[in-house]
Design a protein. Sequence first.
Length: 178
Amino acid sequence: MNIDSESVTAMPSIQDCFSDGSAVDIWAFIRCEKYTGKTPIPFKSEDSRIIDDFNYTAFGAIIVSERMAVCLRDISPNDFELIPCLINNNYTSLIVNVLANPDCIDTAASIIQYYPPDDPEKPNKPRGVIKLVIDSAQASPHHILRPKYWQVEIVISQIFKDAFEQGKFTGMRFSPAY
C-alpha cells in the first residue's frame, strides 16, 4: 500500500532555518538516513486547526501524532526513527524519518519513466513512476519503507494499514502498490 495525505490544504511547511538562523536540511527526511542535526525541526502551518494524526509536508517529511507514533513503534520500531518537531512555535509533534530503503520495485511489472543513460546525476534511475509494483520478497521484513531509487513514495504493509484503520487515525488515504 502507498500511503499519502487525505488533504493538502493544511500542509505544514518545513522552515529553512532554526530560530538561531542556522540552516535546516529540508531534504533530510526522504534520504532514508539517520538524522544527526538539530531538533526540534521548525514547521509553519497556515491552518490553526489541530493537525491530523498523519500529515505529509512539503519536501516529503511526515509528521505524526504521538498516538500514531506509538502504533508505529509497536509494529516496526527498526524501520524508522522519530524526530521532534515544532509547528508554529507552539505545537510539538514527531517526524517519522523512514530508514528502510530496500531495492524492492518490481521493474518488470511497474510502469516507470527513466532518466537517460547520459544524465549526469541519475543515469537510468526512475524519473517518474506511473504504476508502482512492489516485490514483497524484497520488501520483507519491513512494514514501512521508501523504495530504493523512488524515495518520494512511502509503502506500508497490510499489517500497518489494518492497524491504522483499527486505530481510526486521521489524515491518511491508501492506494495499492500492486
